[in-house]
Design a protein around this ligand. Sequence first.
Ligand code: FAD
Length: 384
Amino acid sequence: MVNLELSEEQAAVRQLARDFVEREIAPHAAAWDRAEEVDRAVVKKLGEVGFLGLTVDEEYGGCGGDHLAYCLVTEELGRGDSSVRGIVSVSLGLVAKTIAAWGDEEQRRRWLPGLTAGEYVGCFGLTEPGTGSDAGNLITRAVREGDEYVINGTKMFITNGTWADVVLLFARSTDAPGHQGVSAFLVPTDTPGLTRRAVHGKLGLRGQATAELVLQDVRVPASAMLGEEGKGFSVAMSALAKGRMSVAAGCVGIAQAALDAAVAYAGEREQFGKPIARHQLVQELISDIAVDVDAARLLTWRVADLIDRGRPFAVESSKAKLFASEAAVRAANNALQVFGGYGYIDEYPVGKLLRDARVMTLYEGTSQIQKLLIGRALTGVSAF
Ligand code: FAD
């Protein structure tokens, strides 16, 4: 038997997230988008309500909970504003959860209470100007000198970059070839030699503090290494396997918002003497969105279920991210069509949904990279 009903507790978490979004996020999303900056105060509020501590143990400041609850909250955040959803997906999903999984006791105690409370923001520094999809060939270098590592390199498109207090940074620390020479480090962003430059002019996610990070002779103690030397790529890939579920959940939120907006508008707008909802081709647009919402949600929940039952989930996470991101773009585009010309101006919400959705097919592995991951798992042959 497959049980697709939410438990009472899960339904309550979703309602809590829905209310939070209605109160603290939705009223400001358009203004934050125009100003190209989310109000940072929302991070503290997310921490207070517990959304930055989901799935993290209580002894480190988290509030426990399962991955389905995490998906439900992420979907609601994505429904309200993808910029805010991304802040959580990175600070909690890619950074705090990875410290919880790979960190030693000292690293957990140092970073997790602040990250889960929203006092600290984390960012994930993998991509470089020359290595995006081919992340295992990154060139940022960490050279051991006594009890320290000296790090030099540049990271590109780092979400939360200008805000972050700590960067989970990937650098080459040995001469081993390809990804085998990569290690992970926890670098406080106030370390001398680390500078950041905001990336402006993004198509979507404009409220997010995306940055280029430049590291010039940045010194960290050897104890800043997360996981073993040479295991950094495994750290990154394990973070992204769960991260892709979080992106997928955010995409379900976008698609659901597109559906809600399209249905409401189709009931109000009249053409040819009747609401456009009564034109069959408008109903086709709406039903296409609805099917995308359901399919993306079910694929995403399956990943959460697999994680919560301790089963392998990485390929299913790639499938969910691939489908949900493409579905979110389709759904937002279909909703824009329902709005006609009004969809094209920013007084109405669907244009932002489409702009925000578009990047989901690019980051945490493009759609092409997800297909290569799925194809490799099915055929046993790497086609990268
Ligand atoms: P490229 O890798 O150069 O790809 C260009 C094109 O080539 C794509 O269509 C790609 O699919 C295709 N391609 C590449 N290799 C293959 C192949 N083997 N087979 C078929 N097609 C291929 N990175 C971080 O580390 N941390 C972050 O927080 C972060 N946040 C981001 C936020 C935003 C808004 C953006 C835009 C990016 C962010 N990124 C982040 C970077 C993101 O993960 C990369 O942009 C992404 O992995 C793609 O890399 P690239 O842009 O270098 O494109």
